[in-house]
Design a protein. Structure first.
Length: 121
């Protein structure tokens, strides 16, 4: 269902695979680390350097109940929320914000009611 949602949004995932934390933690330096689920937030290790961290809590669509249409709608809603939050993040004037201001702004995106509104990506 995740792949169907990505295709619907026009995001190609051919020949890609999810990468676990173990696979990416050595990449860096890290400027920004955003967790999306509570489990990741609880288990998130310290990243090298001093990256800004934020938690944008979202429901885990894999845990959705109901028929296929209902579950697919949850996947789509979560994808839409992530897309909207990334749009908001990209619109931040990050080059003009000091680290603490950036941290507050990024964390605020996850708390924004507007950011949680599902939309077509």
């Amino acid at each position: 269902m995740a792949l169907r949602s990505l295709r619907r949004a026009g995001i190609r995932w051919d020949e890609r695979h999810p990468r676990g934390l173990e696979e990416v933690i050595g990449e860096g330096p890290w400027d920004l680390v955003i967790t999306l689920c509570d489990k990741a937030r609880e288990r998130c290790p310290r990243f090298p350097g001093r990256p800004v961290t934020a938690h944008w809590g979202l429901p885990d669509p894999a845990g959705a109940f109901g028929d296929d249409a209902t579950r697919e709608a949850v996947f789509w809603d979560v994808l839409s929320m992530i897309s909207r939050r990334i749009d908001l993040l990209c619109s931040l004037p990050h080059e003009k914000l000091h680290e603490l201001g950036l941290a507050d702004a990024v964390r605020g995106i996850g708390d924004s009611a507007d950011a949680a509104s599902p939309r077509e990506p």
